[in-house]
Ligand binder design. Structure first.
Ligand SMILES: *Cc1c(COP(=O)(O)O)cnc(C)c1O
Length: 398
């Protein structure tokens, strides 16, 4: 059996030719230091126990692996299981890694967690982790996003985070990233940049992947208990790629398990109307890494779109670029319409309101199940709950 990822990333942070650590002068030692401390702490009994305790008693892990009987019967094909990350405290998988990051930051003596947020999901997950761990938190958010996502702004403020209103440029995510990075550069020794997915410069793709791999570790144990065998397929949505690699990681060396990542095809495949990075993009540089990227002729990131705000990112985690090239994972797409349809279907027949992000995985999982025999097994990662999307969905379904 080939051992995928055994020695990856290498010591320079590369998965094959992807990843790396493309940083302004002077920052490399700080990021290397975080990795060295992380490697030590990962083996520290107290740290492991504290993280495990919080995952169990605060987040509510293990999350159930639920056999979606109604959905399976309606479709009449493969058996569909849902990994219920929507049942985690704060309603999505993100808490798995923000909690890890907050504990790590505190352990290595950092005084503040800092990040940008688009729709506010990452900001809320990080502010929650900061509250429970007891460390300051500063979240940068574009002025337009603040207006659009006010409930998340209130949550972050109540959780004790300082929310910075970014009024430069287009006043959206990209400007929030620039603003957060500027703020980080003022005191990089004491600030921990709490990255929100398996993206950014080394060692963040590796650290976030490690923290998220709990999802697949549990799922493997659970499916072996419930079905006495491994699944035939895994399906997860891919924005930056953290929930996907979280589910996939423990199965990468299982040759019998087919693995599928689902990107958002948005409205269509014209530039600006989708965020299907691995399908349409080409390798390039973004946010400190080399990876597939939706870019224009001058190598600037293109605008992106999806009804699921958590999926509209023009890059992708370098681990996924690597797994695409070696053909271990197949990357497909689902569009806005298909995701909405899956959102409605799951809500109505299973009584589970999925996040619009997760709805992309469900849409593809349903299509796949239809084509397969009844004894086949699919696990879909239900990365989050859809309560946050109700306003938006109600508006477009009118
Ligand atoms: C943020 C988010 C995603 C996308 O992020 P990944 O890093 O690709 O997992 C997917 N689902 C939900 C519910 C999210 O909040």
């Amino acid at each position: 059996m080939n051992k995928i990822l055994n020695n990856l990333p290498n010591k320079f942070g590369y998965f094959g030719k992807y990843g790396g650590q493309i940083l302004p002068n002077g920052l490399k030692p700080i990021f290397d230091d975080i990795y060295n401390e992380y490697k030590k702490i990962k083996k520290d009994k107290n740290f492991i126990e504290e993280y495990k305790y919080l995952l169990k008693n605060y987040v509510g892990r293990p999350s159930p692996l639920y056999f979606a009987k109604n959905l399976t019967e309606k479709i009449g094909g493969a058996k569909i299981y849902l990994k219920r990350e929507d049942l985690n405290h704060t309603g999505a998988h993100k808490i798995n890694h923000t909690l890890g990051e907050a504990l790590l930051a505190k352990r290595i003596g950092k005084t503040k967690l800092l990040a940008e947020t688009g729709a506010g999901q990452h900001g809320v997950a990080l502010a929650t982790a900061a509250a429970i761990v007891g460390i300051d938190c500063e979240i940068h958010m574009g002025e337009i996003d603040i207006k659009k996502q006010y409930p998340n702004v209130m949550r972050m403020k109540l959780l004790g985070a300082k929310v910075i209103n970014v009024k430069s440029g287009g006043k959206c995510l990209k400007d929030a990233v620039d603003s957060a990075f500027k703020s980080f550069l003022k005191d990089p020794k004491n600030i921990f940049f709490g990255i929100g997915s398996v993206v950014g410069p080394h060692p963040f793709p590796k650290i976030v992947m490690d923290f998220q791999s709990i999802v697949g570790k549990e799922a493997k144990k659970q499916i072996l208990q419930q079905e006495k065998r491994l699944p035939d397929y895994l399906v997860a949505c891919v924005g930056g790629g953290s929930n996907a690699i979280g589910l996939f990681h423990k199965f990468l060396n299982e040759d019998s398990v087919k693995i599928i990542g689902v990107e958002p095809a948005g409205k269509n495949f014209l530039p600006g109307n989708h965020a299907a990075t691995l399908k349409i993009g080409t390798p390039g540089y973004i946010h400190g890494m080399f990876t597939y990227l939706l870019q224009d002729k001058n190598h600037n990131p293109l605008p992106v779109h999806s009804i699921a705000s958590g999926l509209d990112y023009p890059g992708v985690g370098p681990i996924h670029s690597y797994l695409k090239d070696i053909k271990r994972i197949e990357y497909v797409t689902a569009n806005n319409k298909e995701a909405l349809c899956a959102f409605k279907t799951l809500t109505k027949i299973e009584g589970i309101i999925p996040a619009l992000e997760s709805s992309h995985a469900i849409a593809y999982g349903i299509k796949l199940a239809k084509k397969l025999d009844k004894e086949k097994i699919i696990i879909i990662n239900l990365s989050g709950r859809g309560d946050k999307d109700l306003d938006y969905v109600t508006k477009i379904l009118k």
